[in-house]
Design a protein around this ligand. Structure first.
Ligand code: BGC
Length: 348
């Protein structure tokens, strides 16, 4: 036999005889986190603000829903401050929560937090507002595009021709973009046919009524008060716009649309200075969010067919449907639901 052939045979023989255990020994897997029941869950709830009426309702009803499941809520309010919201959530993560529910003040700034939460094995639910460009686990909200569609449909029914003012929400809030998309999808054919002209179109910093008021004043001035309809991002901004109309003797003469069915908004509909608002049951939203947050925390699989792209991934999403409210439907919507009491609306 040739020398080189003997060498190959010997090598093969030796390899076959080598103990195999080494390859077969598996690395010990990290201990899986103990499976918790709903009663042991700590939900970190990071909110942007409590300044608007709706958010105080969100907080109250979210806590109630969590209590019903026996879960605990760890709360932080960022007061509209991005840096504060980031460090508050970092603190929650490091102090130990089982799931993070976040209402971002700024859709983009909270992306880093999603990563931080994931590094700690914590899932993230985007509540009402979508965190952009991050691997958010779940998004639970109202259909914001539909809010805009309903607003614009109501207004074009009343004012099919004329000059429109659009006062959007905060540019940093992705909801404001979705609502605007909805509004302009309805206005588009009217704009193209020349029946409607949007003579003013601005965002409203942090959704603050004083900026909406300033914008409305600027719109009136630039158009010699010749405005036919106003669509505002929400009831707070609609209120700011109506203050400006009031100061010019025009309140009640120009239709105004808002959203949230805030008590003040609904009262303005009764007095005739606001035309429509959009009702979004906060009870339904918070219950759904708590239920799903607990599922995320205990590692239950969530199957949501609806996916919304947030710039990075298609986020599994739950979108509830907003309801249009005008003067004729106040009783059958917000009052019937106990969102507001009849006496609060009609006999303040
Ligand atoms: C919410 C509105 C709210 C607004 C201002 C939006 O993201 O969807 O309901 O009025 O923020 O807080």
């Amino acid at each position: 036999m040739k020398k080189w052939l003997i060498l190959i045979y010997t090598t093969l023989l030796l390899t076959a005889c080598l103990p195999r255990e080494e390859a077969a020994v598996e690395k010990p897997l990290p201990e899986p986190p103990p499976v918790k029941s709903a009663e042991e869950i700590k939900i970190g709830f990071s909110m942007d603000t409590l300044k608007e009426e709706r958010w105080t309702k969100d907080l109250e009803l979210f806590k109630e829903a969590a209590e019903q499941h026996g879960a605990e809520v760890v709360l932080e309010i960022a007061d509209g401050d991005d840096v504060k919201q980031v460090w508050q959530t970092e603190k929650m993560i490091s102090e130990g929560i089982d799931v993070l529910v976040v209402v971002p003040h700024n859709a983009e700034s909270m992306a880093a937090i999603v990563e931080r939460a994931h590094d700690a094995g914590i899932k993230v639910l985007s509540y009402d507002r979508l965190v952009r460009n991050a691997e958010v686990d779940l998004y639970v909200s109202y259909d914001n595009e539909q809010v805009g569609i309903l607003q614009a449909q109501a207004m074009t029914k009343l004012v099919p021709k004329g000059k429109y003012v659009y006062l959007g929400g905060a540019e940093t809030d992705y909801n404001a973009h979705l609502i605007k998309q909805g509004v302009f999808s309805v206005l588009k054919p009217y704009i193209e046919s020349g029946e409607i002209t949007v003579v003013f179109n601005q965002w409203t910093k942090d959704w603050l009524p004083q900026y909406a008021k300033e914008n409305m004043e600027a719109a009136l001035q630039a158009n010699n008060d010749d405005i036919d309809a106003v669509i505002a991002g929400n009831d707070a901004t609609a209120g700011g716009a109506i203050d400006a109309l009031q100061a010019n003797g025009l309140a009640g003469k120009i239709p105004v649309a808002g959203q949230d069915a805030d008590l003040l908004g609904v009262r303005r509909i009764v007095e005739g200075t606001q035309t429509v608002t959009m009702y979004k049951s906060i009870d339904d939203l918070s219950q759904k969010a708590v239920e799903l947050a607990i599922k995320l925390a205990i590692g239950e699989e969530i199957q949501e067919d609806l996916k919304i792209n947030n710039g990075k991934i298609n986020v599994p999403s739950v979108l509830l449907s907003p309801v249009l409210v005008d003067e004729s439907t106040i009783r059958e919507t917000v009052i019937a639901d106990g969102f507001h009491l009849e006496k609060e609306v009609y006999a303040p």
